[in-house]
Design a protein around this ligand. Structure first.
Ligand code: FEO
Ligand code: CA
Ligand code: CA
Length: 628
């Protein structure tokens, strides 16, 4: 058996959910024609223009040399096992997988690993999205713990396979979310052990379901006949932050935790949902279903419907019950970027990270008033899926009973099906969305899609080459950007372009070489994490191929770059250890520290001995200056 737990969550998905191997001749030909048509238009602008010349990428002059915006000297690609930052900066580990958040918990021990007892009182594994909060003089940070590498959490002889309920409990407790108080001293940043704000949420923590799908028959289980009280938050990927100071954690590859000990559900609606969301009898190797009936879909066919949501957590109140907001739809949520519309309504942009799935936005019915009630602002509203036209316009298609033919609760539980019903654009894996604080525009990382133009998504929707997904078998990814009509994020119309197409100009001289703002000096693949800083710089993190070979030669380890939204210039700021993904980014209140997540490192980073440990690093300037 392949040890799926040695793969990143996205690699698991690739391995476990192969799309139908259909190779419909007509569709392939059509895709090729679309692509040729697109390139014809490009060539009219001259061979040097490549895809940029179509106008899909905003006009930029001399952008390769436009680095004045960046307050650092860009670094070279790296292939070693440590973190690199520019001259004049330093990085220091804030917290690592297994570090105790409470003095009565046993921290990680290189020789012994960590015990199941207390695994819900240590920093979990595989750090991902995170946000900081300032509360009554305390600096708080909430950090997602996306998944576990079972082979390094369970006894070595088991080779990553849980042998009993205790093993499963340990894995469940090492994932979810950590909320912690942190503080800076002369020795740098550290966790305030035993702070009353410290809290772990994991796969068994009580959660409340709210919104139109809460209580629906498809949400009811034998343990919760109300369909209103879920347990656990699963596969916490990207993050978000509300204007009222709460944390949003986004459930991504939740499907991988479920399996079947017997028959799969016969109900057609449920079975169709399983197919679309990738729930199968085997699961992804966690084997929860063998030891915990809640994850056995033979016994609990509705339990998977209670995951795949955006969850709101109040980091300032450790006794609060997190809320799963069904109004924001159920899919493989990457992050949740919250912004206010011109009239104060709450807009949430969200990607569904799977090949050929959709980009969404939610617009609340009510308006946000500072200090006022926030009830319903993430549940009562309209969910939309994006349609991108080749003429660089687009529209948000409302997902309603009228437009989808689905009742409201069901269109939220099976949001992907609703998106298909309205004809939303199948995308190259939408990851993080970020909104520019200085312009009414939003960006989304489309990380890659090696099946673009060759296979449908799991719902049977075509994935034609074109629009913001312009390259067949796209192994590099791109960042799409849209400009809402009327400078209003609530508007249903928008214009769009591509901010960057990643590529390798040293290997390819066609569109796979990337857009003009990609050079041999800054190239990368698979943009994923993304956030704007307070100065208006766009920070882009990668989760891609770090083999440094073939199509990826010269790109080195995964990395973090800064981008200038005005010129398109991009500069490499940080490189992660070999094997790692760089994901999660936030700043201290005084903006003199940038916190960056290093997930699934290889080698023995950061300690230099034992197993590698996913960690968050604090990056500061040696002169104590601002870092964003
Ligand atoms: Fe958890 Fe799509 O990254
Ligand atoms: Ca990601
Ligand atoms: Ca990714």
């Amino acid at each position: 058996m392949t040890d799926k737990t040695k793969l990143s969550a996205d690699e698991w998905d690739e391995l476990n959910f192969p799309r139908s191997p259909e190779n419909d001749f007509d569709r392939v030909v059509e895709s090729a024609l679309n692509r040729r048509g697109f390139l014809r238009g490009v060539l009219a602008f001259g061979s040097g223009a490549m895809v940029m010349g179509t106008g899909m990428l905003s006009g930029r002059s001399a952008l390769a040399s436009t680095t004045a915006r960046f307050p650092f000297t860009p670094i070279d690609a790296q292939t070693d096992g440590v973190v690199h930052v520019p001259a004049g900066y330093r990085s220091q580990v804030l917290v690592s997988w297994g570090d105790a958040l409470f003095s009565d918990a046993q921290g990680y021990d290189v020789a012994e690993g960590g015990p199941v007892a207390g695994s819900d009182r240590v920093f979990g594994e595989n750090t991902d999205g995170m946000e900081t909060f300032s509360f009554r003089g305390h600096q708080l940070i909430a950090i997602n713990q996306e998944y576990t590498n079972n082979d390094i959490n369970l006894p070595a002889a088991q080779e990553g396979v849980p042998a009993n309920a205790e093993d499963v409990l340990k894995l469940q407790q090492l994932q979810g979310v950590s909320v912690m108080e942190i503080a800076e001293t002369e020795n740098g940043w550290s966790v305030v052990v035993d702070s009353p704000f410290n809290r772990r949420l994991h796969h068994n923590s009580p959660m409340t379901l709210t919104g139109p799908a809460a209580g629906h028959a498809l949400m009811q289980t034998s343990a919760d006949a109300s369909g209103m009280q879920a347990l656990g938050t699963l596969n916490n990927c990207g993050s978000g932050k509300t204007p009222w100071g709460t944390y949003l954690t986004c459930e991504e590859n939740f499907n991988g935790y479920f399996g079947a000990t017997g028959e799969m559900p016969a109900d057609e609606k449920i079975a169709a949902g399983y197919t679309r969301y990738g729930i199968d009898p085997e699961g992804w190797g966690y084997d929860y279903h063998k030891w915990d009936a809640r994850f056995d879909v033979t016994q609990e066919p509705n339990e998977p419907h209670r995951a795949g949501w955006v969850v709101e957590i109040d980091p300032t109140d450790p006794t609060s019950t997190p809320v799963k907001h069904t109004g924001l739809g159920r899919f493989k949520h990457e992050n949740a970027e919250v912004v206010l519309a011109r009239d104060g309504r709450v807009v949430v942009y969200m990607g569904d990270d799977e090949r050929g799935e959709f980009l969404y936005k939610f617009v609340s019915n009510g308006v946000y008033t500072p200090g006022g009630s926030t009830e319903g602002l993430l549940d009562d509203g309209t969910l939309y899926a994006a349609k991108f036209n080749d003429d660089m316009t687009g529209e948000w298609l409302a997902l309603t009973p009228e437009s989808t033919g689905m009742e409201m609760a069901e269109l939220l539980i099976f949001t992907r099906t609703a998106g298909s019903a309205v004809g939303a654009t199948t995308m190259d894996r939408p990851e993080w969305v970020a909104v520019n604080p200085y312009a009414v525009e939003a960006y989304c990382c489309l990380t890659n899609n090696t099946r673009r133009g060759t296979r449908t998504n799991a719902g049977g929707d075509e994935t034609p080459v074109g629009g913001p997904n312009p390259r067949e078998a796209n192994q590099y990814g791109q960042i799409v950007r849209w400009f809402p009509h009327d400078d209003d994020h609530a508007a249903t119309g928008f214009a769009w372009d591509l901010y960057v197409m990643a590529g390798n100009p040293a290997v390819h001289s066609d569109a796979y070489g990337g857009s003009d703002n990609v050079t041999a000096g800054n190239m990368f693949n698979s943009p994923d994490g993304m956030a704007f800083d307070s100065t208006g710089l766009l920070w882009v993190q990668t989760d891609g191929d770090d083999s440094n070979e073939g199509d990826f030669a010269g790109q080195g380890n995964n990395q973090m770059l800064a981008g200038d939204p005005a010129t398109g210039a991009m500069a490499r700021f940080l490189t992660g250890p070999n094997g790692s993904e760089v994901t999660g980014l936030c700043w201290s209140e005084d903006r003199r520290t940038m916190f960056v997540g290093i997930q699934h490192p290889g080698g023995t980073w950061p300690t230099g001995n034992g197993v590698p440990r996913s960690s968050v690093v604090a990056v500061t300037r040696e002169d104590g200056g601002l870092v964003g």
